[in-house]
Design a protein around this ligand. Sequence first.
Ligand SMILES: [Ca+2]
Ligand SMILES: [Ca+2]
Ligand SMILES: [Ca+2]
Length: 499
Amino acid sequence: MRQRSLRFSTVVLSLLVMSILALTAAPALAKKPKKRKAAAEKAERLKRESEARIAALYQMAMTRTSQIASPSQPVIGAMNDSGASIVAPVTPATNAQFLADDAAPPALAPAAGTLLISEFRLRGPGGASDEFIEIYNNSGADHTVAAISGTGYAVAASDGVVRCTIPNATVIPARGHFLCTNSVAYSYSTYPSGNGTTATGDATYVTDIPDNAGIALFNNNTGGASFNLANRFDAVGSTSEANTLYREGPGLAVLMPFSIDYAWVRDECGKGGAATLLGPCTISTPRDTDDNATDFYFADTNATPAGAGQRLGAPGPQNLSAPIQRNSTITVNFLDNTVPQASAPNRVRDFTADPGNNSTFGTISIRRRWVNNTGANVTLLRFRIIDLDTFPTVPGFADLRARTSGAVVVAGINDSATCTAAGQATPCSVTVQGTTLEQDTTAPNFGQPNGGGFNSSMSAGTITLGTPLANGASINLQFLLGIQQTGNFRFYVNVEALP
Ligand SMILES: [Ca+2]
Ligand SMILES: [Ca+2]
Ligand SMILES: [Ca+2]
């Protein structure tokens, strides 16, 4: 059979990435004011918040204007391989914070949206209790837990019973995570996390959460009447959840109780996990429209039809030690800026059939140079797939499977920046390091035998505590994708790094 070559779309703009960041409010976590001053201070706070919202909207308008005026701008820091020109990544604005103010009272009632449930499952290969609930700090500022009552924030199910407490004084880093797991059967504890750590629970519980039940995060663990809408950060549940306190909007699709390796994942691209939407991601942090069905997608390692559509992907539980999204400070370049993005060495097509490795129609290797602009040594570097074309297949669209790859040496580079970073003059020969599909292969899990998809992560294993990537230094990396069907494709990742 004659193989078709891949076709590529030619879309360019990213409009909303920084706008979303700019609109994110920091929690105001000052000391509790005296009661007699409370009313006056509340009025003052409301005034400040109003001004801040106007400032944020103004900044958003400015950001949009400047981005529209620069049509070659790629998704910032993320890898755009749907056709955009990644020639000169711009330096994005800082994560502007508008509500942090030492004089403000604690923004704890309700503070909805400050912390989110970003990923979870209520069953897995380990059975009904193979559960985790991942909490995400949806702001550009560290969040210090300070409950309005009790000993911390609570992750509770719709039976009103606290599963995990996030203890008072816990600091959840800006854009960081906290992981709550059911210690009876949680099975993802060997999935990589931070330096020397894996995705173990930061807090654990033992009481099963029923399939399709709702869960919520509250600003206290007192329970009872204190679990109410005003005290709720976030909630997610299915359409079969009767108590609206434990879901947002009509709810998620009801899952059949299959003990599969799945997760509900909050969309970080803005396309809701759509299989056939080419073009840039419109966001790069977890989406929260307060409508669960819009904000989450379902994925599992076999693309199982379980009631919520099919989508190849994987769980990616993140805990306090996990690397944090660094799209704005770890920037991406072509491996060789003197040739088009679809040409070698920036993109290398291998037509060799390799069905055993999910590459029936060969592979595509996407090669980029990443620059550490964080201002510090990077000691851990990985990439989370937030959008791609994969299984199930759709006519005209590719079916790509993320694979582990090794290092390759690439000669004939004429890009002076790439050569300089490698300590050479042009033309030069550089090493492009491989990336590793991160999996949990400890029973009862089988890793990702069909290859990586949505929410899978790929690590740059040469970056470690002992061999960090210095500030200003580069690393050349390849991302190897098996091709099970040719066609149009896109492939977007978020950068996750420590510190
Ligand atoms: Ca369960
Ligand atoms: Ca929400
Ligand atoms: Ca996650």
